[in-house]
Design a protein around this ligand. Structure first.
Ligand SMILES: Cc1ncc(COP(=O)(O)O)c(C=O)c1O
Length: 459
C-alpha cells in the first residue's frame, strides 16, 4: 500500500461555533406537532411540561445558524473535532476505484454521536433549574451519552432501557451507572405505560416507543424533572450538525467533493447531522451528492411506512408528529441494532424523503454484520450494529463502482463503535444470527394492522 494519508484531523479551534438549522432551507418542513389530547398544534406551554424553553425555541427557530454556547463547546473538546478517515484498506479489499471516507464518532465518551446532543440538552436543562432528566435508550448509546452529559452539569439521569437491549447489553447498563445514571428495564412496573404492557405480555422485549412513554410519564409528573429525547426532534438533529460541518471542512482541505452520502437511520439524528450541512450547499448551488438513508429491513419506516401524524410513543403521551411511521404500537423484531428499532422517523427527514431530496434503502441484519466484520478486519474498528447498515450500503455502491469503473467519492458516518455489542458479533460469527425479517407479507400485515390504529387528526 503506498504511503498516503489515512486520517484527516482538525485542531480544537475548528470545533464549529454554530449549529446548522435546516428549517429555513426547506420550505414546508415546519409541519406543526399536534397536542395528543386536543389534536391542535402544540404551543410552547404544552412542550414546557417536559422541555426547557431554549430547546423549544430551537425546535421552531427560523435562524439558519444557532450559536453553540461556550460551555457546550468546552465539553465538546473532550472528543471533538472527530477524525475523518479514508477507508483505504476496505477499498483495497473490495478492489474498488471508489474512494470511501468515514467520519468516526466512536471517539466520544459514550462511543457514539449521541453526546453531541446530550451535552447541550443537559446544559440547557441545568441552566433552567431542572434537577433530573429522564429518557429511553435502545442501543444503550443514548442512555450512556445522557448519563455522561448530566454528570458534566451536575443533574440526575433516570433511564428506561428497552428490555431486549437491557438483557443483551449488561455492560451498557453498568456504563450508564458509572456515569451516575439510574437504569430500569422497559417495560417496568414503575409506570402506568409499563404496567399496561406487562399485563398484555409479561415477556415483552419492549420497544423505543414504549420506553419513551415510561420516561415521559415520569418527567411530566415531576416539576423538577424534564425529559430528553436522543433523536427525531428538530433540535436533536440541529445539535448533530457538528458532524457534517467538520466533515465539509475536512473534505475541502483535501480537495474532495462527495458523490454519495450514506447514513443509517433510526430516528434520523446521525443521518441528519452528517448530511444537513451538505444538503444546505446542494440546495443553494443546485448540485451536490446523492443522499441515501439506510434502515433495517425489520423496521423499515421510510421504505414501508406511511407519511402521517402519529404518536412518538406507544402510550400516546408525546405530541403527534407528521412523519414516516410503522404505527406507534408496532413492535419490531429484537434485532441487534437496537438504536434502529423505532416505529417513526424525524419529521425533517420524512419531509425530505417526501420531497425526493433524499433516497432510502433497507438492509437485513446478516448483510450488515458481514459488512461490519469486513470493516473491522480491514479498518481495525468494530462498528456498532447501527452503522453497519450504512457500511453495507457503502460496500454495495463501492462494488457497483468496480463494475462501472466509476471513481465515486462515498462518505458515511461511522456513528459508533461496537465494543459493547460483541455478543451480537459472536452470534454472527457462530452462525447463530437470524434475519428476523418476517416474510414481506407478514411484515406488511403487521404494519397494516398497526396503521389502522393511527390517531385520527382533524382535516
Ligand atoms: C450508534 C448508533 N447509531 C445510530 C443510532 C440511531 O439513531 P439516529 O438515527 O438518531 O442516529 C443509534 C441510536 O441509538 C446509535 O446508538
Amino acid at each position: 500500500m503506498p504511503a498516503q494519508q489515512t486520517k484527516f484531523l482538525l485542531s480544537e479551534d475548528a470545533i464549529p461555533t454554530h449549529w446548522v438549522n435546516m428549517n429555513p432551507d426547506i420550505p414546508g418542513a415546519q409541519i406543526p406537532p399536534l397536542n395528543p389530547q386536543t389534536r391542535e398544534p402544540v404551543g410552547p406551554a404544552d412542550l414546557g411540561a417536559i422541555f426547557p424553553m431554549e430547546l423549544i425555541l430551537q425546535e421552531v427557530s427560523p435562524e439558519p445558524l444557532i450559536e453553540i454556547p461556550e460551555a457546550v463547546r468546552e465539553a465538546y473538546k473532550l472528543w471533538r473535532p472527530t477524525p475523518l478517515y479514508r477507508a483505504r484498506r476496505l477499498e483495497e479489499a473490495l478492489g474498488t476505484p471508489a474512494r470511501i471516507y468515514y467520519k468516526y464518532e466512536g471517539v466520544s465518551p459514550a462511543g457514539s454521536h449521541k453526546p453531541n446532543t446530550a451535552v447541550p440538552q443537559a446544559y440547557y436543562n441545568a441552566r433552567a433549574g431542572i434537577r433530573k432528566l429522564t429518557t429511553e435508550t435502545g442501543a444503550g448509546q443514548w442512555g450512556t451519552a445522557l448519563s455522561f452529559a448530566c454528570a458534566q452539569f451536575g443533574i440526575d439521569c433516570e433511564i428506561w432501557q428497552v428490555r431486549a437491549s437491557y438483557d443483551a447489553k449488561p455492560y451498557r447498563k453498568i456504563m450508564m451507572e458509572v456515569f451516575g445514571g439510574t437504569v430500569h428495564p422497559s417495560p417496568s412496573d414503575l409506570t402506568e405505560a409499563g404496567r399496561a404492557m406487562l399485563a398484555l405480555d409479561a415477556d415483552s422485549p419492549g420497544s423505543l416507543g414504549l420506553a419513551i412513554s415510561e420516561a415521559v410519564e415520569v418527567a411530566a409528573q415531576d416539576p423538577t424533572a424534564n425529559y430528553a429525547l436522543g433523536s427525531v426532534l428538530n433540535h436533536v438533529l440541529l445539535h448533530q450538525t457538528v458532524i457534517g460541518e467538520e466533515a465539509l471542512l475536512q473534505l475541502a482541505k483535501i480537495g474532495e467533493s462527495v458523490d454519495l452520502i450514506v447514513g443509517c437511520t433510526g430516528g434520523g439524528s446521525n443521518f441528519g447531522g452528517l448530511t444537513f450541512p451538505f444538503l444546505r450547499e446542494k440546495l443553494a448551488s443546485g448540485a451536490g451528492p446523492v443522499i441515501r438513508a439506510v434502515e433495517p429491513a425489520s423496521c423499515p419506516s421510510l421504505t414501508q411506512g406511511t407519511y402521517a401524524y402519529d404518536f412518538g410513543d406507544v402510550a400516546g403521551l408525546t405530541p403527534m408528529l407528521k412523519m414516516h411511521t410503522l404505527g406507534h404500537d408496532f413492535i419490531p423484531d429484537p434485532i441487534h441494532a437496537g438504536g434502529l428499532r423505532y416505529h417513526g422517523m424525524s419529521p425533517l427527514i420524512s419531509h425530505l424523503y417526501e420531497e425526493n431530496l433524499i433516497e432510502a434503502v433497507a438492509k437485513t441484519q446478516k448483510d450488515c454484520f458481514a459488512a461490519g466484520v469486513l470493516f473491522a478486519r480491514t479498518e481495525g474498528i468494530v462498528p456498532a450494529p447501527e452503522p453497519t447498515h450504512a457500511l453495507a450500503a457503502a460496500v454495495d455502491e463501492a462494488i457497483a463502482c468496480t463494475q462501472t469503473g466509476e471513481e465515486k467519492v462515498i462518505l458515511t458516518a461511522l456513528c459508533g463503535h461496537g465494543h459493547l455489542d460483541l455478543p451480537a458479533y459472536d452470534a454472527y460469527l457462530r452462525g447463530d444470527l437470524v434475519d428476523h425479517t418476517w416474510a414481506d407479507s407478514e411484515l406488511q400485515e403487521a404494519v397494516a394492522r398497526a396503521l389502522t390504529r393511527l390517531p385520527v387528526v382533524p382535516a
